[in-house]
Design a protein around this ligand. Structure first.
Ligand SMILES: [Zn+2]
Length: 459
């Protein structure tokens, strides 16, 4: 072969190789970027100075004091004594109400405390006539009071037998830890003007949870009967320990359980949901994604781990009562539980301590969970509520999807955010400005939602 021909041939081979490399790199790039879409990479909203200062006020020492006091009432079984000032669930109820009233006293009239109660006749694990009482602090909004967010824990406790209302039942982690979250946020929120101007924040401490979610069912049904627009409910239940049953610790993760299809949907609603593949897009999951975005950061020092289940297997909690009324609700629970410390008689077996004792609590961890709740609620409070009349037009065969909603005239604007349909959390956004219609290509492969926050404030 002539030398010049050889050089030319080599050159052709090199060009071919380069062309193949370029095709392969393009393939890799396309694979990594699919699905393509408009908008910019989503940058999680960060707490501002006011919120950072507020969250620094959440105090592990106060959480320790709350849990220690609740444990000191001996038992908080729902059927235990309700009139003894020192022992039983009645003493715990009155102490929580008294503490909350001291918060309300400095709120300038914005916070009120109530103890709604009813008589539960024997049913399920309630074996005798029992007054069920919730202790509720309400920070009422002035401009949009019917928009409600709820943060809760349950103050009743149990041992091995759910009907044993005599023996000591400390319930430090389950669920004095959740009550401590609700009480700390009641104290914090009434001190912040930015919490109260628009919406209503309700911090209940429910009873009768262990026998069948009685207190929360009573509360959620009451809110529904009042046509209350509960746009988010955060249940804190077993949020007080970062140590697993094998003694490993996981102090910077918190699980958040999020149900998929709401239990109130009709068969035709479920059929529509399945038809468009929206099984993963329920208001409950969208609330969860909002919490992940705003509350996993340096201020909370927590990673919020969303779990695609209503609760742990064989377990339930007060959020389910709200879901049963059609409200979006999620549950926070520590990342690894120790079942020797829950629902157990206090005893030592073969050198192993059983029982839900205060010595097993991690108050710094518990405080970080309270900050996750606080950051989420504050962020919701800074923005307009859930958009109403939301529709996606699927009537025309097109590469575009048109989204419509009824805008709130007080809102500065909306931004549409989305994720890949198989993605867990949101990853892109497009500031929409003052609009109530959105029409973009490539939404079909993705799941658009409306973020009513993103640092956007009321005007
Ligand atoms: Zn519990």
């Amino acid at each position: 072969m002539h030398l010049l021909q050889s050089v030319i041939l080599l050159g052709v081979l090199a060009v071919q190789a380069l062309a193949q490399l370029s095709t392969y790199e393009s393939f890799l790039q396309a694979a990594s970027e699919w699905p393509p879409g408009p908008g910019a990479e989503l940058v999680p909203q960060q707490p501002d100075d006011e919120l950072t200062a507020m969250m620094a006020e959440i105090d592990p020492a106060r959480i320790q004091a709350i849990i220690t006091q609740l444990v000191a009432f001996g038992t908080r079984n729902t059927m235990s004594n309700q009139t003894d000032p020192l022992r039983g669930i009645g003493a715990a109820r009155d102490w929580i109400a008294s503490e909350m009233r001291t918060f309300a006293a400095t709120s300038g009239g914005r916070m009120t405390v109530s103890v709604p109660s009813y008589l539960q006749t024997p049913s399920g694990s309630i074996i005798q006539n029992t007054v069920i009482s919730n202790v509720v602090a309400t920070l009422r909004g002035s401009t949009d009071p019917n928009r409600i967010y709820v943060v809760s824990g349950h103050y009743d406790s149990r041992v091995s037998s759910v009907t044993n209302f005599v023996d000591d039942s400390p319930g430090a982690d389950d669920d004095a830890s959740g009550v401590a979250v609700a009480m700390e946020l009641a104290r914090q929120s009434q001190a912040s003007l930015s919490f109260s101007s628009d919406l209503t924040l309700v911090t209940p401490n429910n009873a009768g949870e262990e026998q069948g979610l009685f207190g929360s069912a009573f509360m959620a049904a009451g809110l529904k009967n009042m046509s209350a627009d509960v746009q988010g409910m955060l249940n804190n239940d077993i949020v007080g320990s970062s140590t697993a049953d094998d003694n490993t610790t996981d102090p910077f993760n918190i699980r958040m359980f999020t149900q998929g299809i709401p239990s109130t949907e009709t068969l035709s609603e479920i059929t529509s949901r399945v038809d468009i593949g929206a099984e993963n897009d329920s208001p409950i999951r969208q609330l969860g994604r909002f919490v992940v975005e705003v509350a996993s950061n340096a201020v909370t020092q927590m990673n919020v781990q969303m779990v695609y289940r209503p609760d742990r297997f064989l377990r339930g909690g007060d959020h389910l009562s709200f879901i049963d009324q059609g409200y979006p609700a999620v549950r926070f629970t520590e990342p690894h539980e120790n079942f020797a410390h829950q629902h157990q008689d206090v005893r030592v077996v073969n050198g192993v301590q059983f029982g839900d004792l205060v010595e097993f609590c991690d108050f710094d961890f518990n405080a970080r969970v309270a900050r996750v709740n606080g950051v989420a609620l504050w962020s919701l409070a800074q923005a307009p509520g859930t958009p109403k009349g939301l529709t996606m037009d699927t009537s025309v065969l097109t590469n575009n999807s048109t989204l419509k909603w009824t805008g709130d005239p007080k809102a500065a604007g909306y931004e549409v955010v989305w994720r890949a349909s198989e993605g867990c959390v949101l990853d892109a956004c497009d500031p929409g400005g003052q609009c109530d219609e959105y029409d973009r290509a490539a939404v079909e492969g993705q799941c658009a939602v409306w973020r009513t926050c993103g640092g956007r404030k009321w005007v």
